[in-house]
Design a protein around this ligand. Structure first.
Ligand SMILES: *[C@@H]1O[C@H](CO)[C@@H](O)[C@H](O)[C@H]1NC(C)=O
Ligand SMILES: CC(=O)N[C@H]1CO[C@H](CO)[C@@H](O)[C@@H]1O
Length: 690
C-alpha cells in the first residue's frame, strides 16, 4: 500500500469544471457572478484541495506528492522528516506544483491548511531551531540559512519586500536578533524573521507529541487565524489572529510547503499529514490515521541488539567466573568483569544504604547530572562521603556509569574530586565520592551573598590555578589523554580548604595519546562550547582549554559566560572583557564584589589567560601547560600580548561563532543553569543535613 492516500476530492491546481450549461443555468451563473463581484457570495475561482495522510516522495515515476529539499526525507512509514538531530541543517518539503492564489475575477483567494507535526529535540528541554509553514515564490527557498533563519531567509534578504514570503513559524529557540518572545512560540512572518505578531504556543512544541495546526486566511475579512491542538478536531478559538491584507505579499502563483532548521542545538522535525484548500476549509486530519514515529526509538533498538550480544559475552565470561559469581549472586550485588579490574573500592549496597540512612530525603544533597546525590557517613570509618545514585530511568545511565568508573576511577589529583568506589545492585548504580563540604563554585559566584559570601581574591586565584593544574593532569600527565568536556562553574567543587576541584567525569572519554579523537555528539554547556566544537562536534584538549578560559573569566569577573540579563554589549562576557582590555580598562571587568581588594598582577594574568584561552581559533589557544606556567608566575610580563583577533571574530557574522551562542541562546538555559547549582558531580553540600 502506498504510504500516501490522496483524498478522493484531490483536484490539484485544476479549475473546477463548470457543470452548468443550460440557458437557465447560465442565467443563474451570471447572477452568481454578479453577486460575487459584490463579495456577497464566494466568487467563482480556481480550486486546489488536497489531503495527504502521510507522504510519498515518489519512486521516479512522477508520482511524488511532495518535493523535498535540504536533508528532508520521507521515511518508509510515510513520515516526512525535515531534519534530524545533526547541527546546522535545513530541510524543505513543498507541494510539487505552484498554486494560484488569484480568483478568476482577479481578487485574492482565501486559503486554509491543516497539518500535523512533532518536534523531538536532542536534549529534552532545548529545541533547535523550529519549523515553519511557508508560502513563497520558490519552493526551494534559495540562499536560505539554518539556525535562526529557519531555512527561510538569510542575513542579506531578511526584511526585503521582494521576498514575497509568508510564513507561520513554530520556533523553539529564543533569538534576540529577531526579538523572539520566548523559546516556544508561534509567529506570523512576512518577508522577515522578526514576527509581525507572535504568541506563546500554549503547549510544548518540542514535547515530541503530535500537534495539529490549522491556519486560515479569510480574504474578505482580511484576517489570518492560527489554531493548534494535540487532537483531531479544530479548536473554536484561535491562539493567534492577525488582521492583514496578504494580497500585496503574494504573487499570482506561489509554492506552499514547510521548512525546518537546526543550529547549535538540534531537533528532529517531523510532518505526518497535510491538507490544503483554496477558498474552502482544509480538512482536519484524523491524528489516529496518520503514520507515527517509530517506537521504540533508535536508542532502544541499540539496546535490543546490545542485550543479546552482551548476554552472550557475559555468558562466555561467566564460565570461568561461575564459581565466583555464584557466591556474589548470593550477596545480591551484580558484578561484571570490568568491575574487577578497576582501581577504586567496591562497596556493598548494605554499607551504602546504612551510610545514607536508607537514601533518606533529608540526606539528599541535590540532583546531579544523572541522578540524586546523597550525603553519607561510612559505618566503619565514620568518613563523610557523597553518594551519587544514577537513576535507571536515564537511558544513558549505565553507559555514563561505565564511563565514569573507567575514567575517574583511577585518576588521582589534589584538584580532582576523588571517586572512592562504587556499587551496583539491580537497577541501582551508586558512586561514592569524597565529600566536598563547601559545595559548588557557581553558588559563591552567583547566589545570594548573604548565604554564600563572595570569595576573596586569593581564593579565586587559587581555584583557577587548581582547576588549571587538574586539567594539565588530565591532558598531559596521566597515562592517556582525558578530556573533561564539561568544565563549568557548577562542576567545580570546593573542598574544606576552599580549593577548587573538578568533578563530574561522567562525560569524559578516554583517548589514547596521539590517536585522533573521533567525532561524537557535542556535549557540554552553552557559553563554554568552543566555536569549532559546535561546528565539527570534535572535542579536543583545545575545546577544554576554551571552556577553561570561560571559567577563568567567570571567576574573575563574577559573571556568567553568557548573561541574558546584561546589556547587549555585555551579553557575551568574553567579548566585553576583550573590548575593555583593548581600551586599557581591564580592571573594570573585575567582579565588583571584590571591592577593589585583589592582587593587580595576578588579576591581569588571569584576565589575559582567560582571553587567550577563549581565542576563536583552536590553534591560537595556549596548552594547559602554558596556562599553568602563566598562572604560577603571576607575572603579566610572562603572558604573551593579546592578539589582534577579537574573540568570536574570524568567523562570518551569521555563519558561526559567538553569534551562534547569542542567537541560539534559549531562555530555558537560564532555568537549566540555576538548577545546575546542584548539577555538578553532585559532591557537595552547604549545610549539614543532619
Ligand atoms: C542527519 O542527516 C544528515 C544529512 O542527511 C546526515 O549527514 C547525518 O549523518 C544525519 N545524522 C544522524 C544523527 O542521523
Ligand atoms: C503516490 C501517490 O499517491 N501519488 C498521488 C499524488 O497526487 C496525484 C494527483 O495530483 C495522484 O494522481 C497520485 O496518485
Amino acid at each position: 500500500m502506498p504510504p500516501l492516500q490522496s483524498s478522493s476530492s484531490l483536484s490539484s491546481s485544476l479549475p473546477t469544471p463548470n457543470p452548468l450549461s443550460s440557458p437557465m443555468a447560465k442565467t443563474l451563473c451570471s447572477i452568481f457572478l454578479l453577486l460575487s463581484s459584490f463579495s456577497l457570495l464566494v466568487p467563482a475561482f480556481s480550486q486546489t484541495d488536497f489531503t495527504l495522510t502521510g507522504f510519498s516522495s515518489g519512486n521516479g515515476n512522477g508520482d511524488a506528492n511532495i518535493t523535498l529539499g535540504g536533508v528532508a526525507e520521507v521515511q518508509n512509514s510515510g513520515v516526512l522528516r525535515l531534519t534530524n538531530e545533526t547541527l546546522r541543517l535545513i530541510g524543505h518539503a513543498f507541494y510539487p506544483s505552484p498554486l494560484r492564489f488569484k480568483n478568476s475575477n482577479g481578487s485574492f483567494s482565501s486559503f486554509s491548511t491543516a497539518f500535523a507535526f512533532a518536534i523531538v529535540p536532542e536534549y529534552p528541554k532545548l529545541g533547535g531551531h523550529g519549523l515553519a509553514f511557508f508560502i513563497a515564490p520558490n519552493g526551494s527557498l534559495p540562499g536560505a540559512l539554518p539556525s535562526q533563519y529557519l531555512g527561510l531567509l538569510n542575513a542579506n534578504n531578511t526584511g526585503n519586500a521582494s521576498n514575497h514570503l509568508f510564513a507561520v513559524e513554530f520556533d523553539t529557540v529564543q533569538d534576540f536578533e529577531f526579538r523572539d518572545i520566548n523559546d516556544n512560540h508561534v509567529g506570523i512572518d512576512i518577508n522577515n524573521l522578526e514576527s509581525n505578531k507572535s504568541v506563546a504556543a500554549g503547549l510544548n512544541l518540542k514535547s515530541g507529541d503530535t500537534i495539529q495546526v490549522w491556519i486560515d486566511y479569510d480574504s474578505a475579512r482580511k484576517l489570518l487565524e492560527v489554531r493548534l491542538d494535540q487532537s483531531s478536531s479544530k479548536p473554536r478559538d484561535p491562539i493567534l489572529s492577525y488582521a492583514v491584507d496578504l494580497s500585496p505579499i503574494f504573487l499570482d502563483e506561489m509554492y506552499v510547503g514547510f521548512s525546518a532548521s537546526t543550529g547549535l542545538l538540534a531537533s528532529s522535525h517531523y510532518l505526518f499529514g497535510w491538507s490544503f484548500n483554496i477558498n474552502g476549509d482544509a480538512r482536519s486530519l484524523d491524528l489516529s490515521s496518520l503514520p507515527s514515529l517509530p517506537k521504540p526509538s533508535k536508542k532502544n533498538y541499540a539496546l535490543i541488539i546490545a542485550a543479546p550480544v552482551s548476554a552472550l559475552i557475559f555468558l562466555l565470561m561467566a564460565i570461568p567466573l561461575a564459581g565466583y559469581l555464584f557466591y556474589k549472586v548470593k550477596t545480591a550485588d551484580v558484578i561484571e568483569p570490568w568491575e574487577l579490574v578497576t582501581g577504586p573500592h567496591r562497596f556493598s549496597y548494605k554499607e551504602l544504604k546504612h551510610a545514607t540512612r536508607g537514601f533518606r530525603e533529608k540526606w539528599l544533597l541535590g540532583h546531579g547530572g544523572f541522578g540524586k546525590v546523597y550525603k553519607g557517613v561510612l559505618p566503619g570509618t565514620k568518613e563523610e562521603v557523597a553518594v551519587k545514585r544514577v537513576s535507571h530511568e536515564s537511558k544513558q545511565g549505565l553507559r555514563e556509569f561505565v564511563a565514569e568508573i573507567a575514567s575517574i576511577g583511577r585518576l588521582r589529583h589534589r584538584n580532582l574530586v576523588r571517586l572512592q568506589g562504587w556499587c551496583r545492585r539491580r537497577a541501582d548504580l551508586l558512586l561514592v565520592y569524597d565529600f566536598m563540604p563547601n559545595g559548588s563554585l557557581d553558588k559563591y559566584l552567583f547566589a545570594d551573598d548573604a548565604i554564600y559570601p563572595p570569595l576573596s581574591w586569593p581564593i579565586r586565584f587559587r581555584v583557577v590555578r587548581g582547576v588549571a593544574a587538574a586539567l594539565l593532569y588530565l591532558h598531559e600527565e596521566w597515562e592517556s589523554v582525558v578530556l573533561h568536556r564539561d568544565i563549568k562553574a557548577s562542576n567545580v567543587l570546593l573542598d574544606g580548604e576552599l580549593n577548587g576541584r573538578l568533578g563530574d567525569f561522567g562525560l569524559a572519554k578516554l583517548y589514547e595519546r596521539g590517536a585522533n579523537p573521533t567525532t561524537t555528539r557535542v556535549v557540554g554547556t552553552l557559553g563554554y562550547l568552543a566555536p569549532e566544537l559546535t561546528r565539527t562536534g570534535k572535542a579536543s584538549t583545545a575545546t577544554d582549554v576554551f571552556a577553561f578560559g570561560a571559567l577563568a573569566l567567570e571567576v574573575v569577573c563574577g559573571r556568567r559566560p553568557i548573561d541574558p540579563k546584561a546589556s547587549p554589549e555585555e551579553l557575551v562576557l568574553v567579548d566585553w572583557v576583550w573590548e575593555r582590555c583593548v581600551a586599557g580598562n581591564w580592571k573594570e571587568t573585575l567582579d565588583p564584589r571584590l571591592a577593589g581588594e585583589y592582587n593587580s598582577d595576578e588579576a591581569e594574568v588571569a584576565v589575559r589567560v582567560g582571553l587567550m584561552c577563549s581565542h576563536p581559533a583552536a590553534m591560537s589557544r595556549p596548552s594547559m601547560r602554558d596556562v599553568v606556567r602563566f598562572l604560577e608566575s603571576g607575572d603579566p610580563s610572562e603572558v604573551p600580548a593579546l592578539s589582534n583577533t577579537p574573540p568570536g571574530s574570524g568567523l562570518e557574522r551569521g555563519e558561526l561563532g559567538f553569534d551562534d551562542f547569542l542567537h541560539s541562546y534559549p531562555s530555558s538555559f537560564e532555568k537549566a543553569s540555576s538548577s545546575s547549582f546542584s548539577n555538578g558531580a553532585g559532591v557537595f553540600v552547604h549545610s549539614s543535613p543532619v
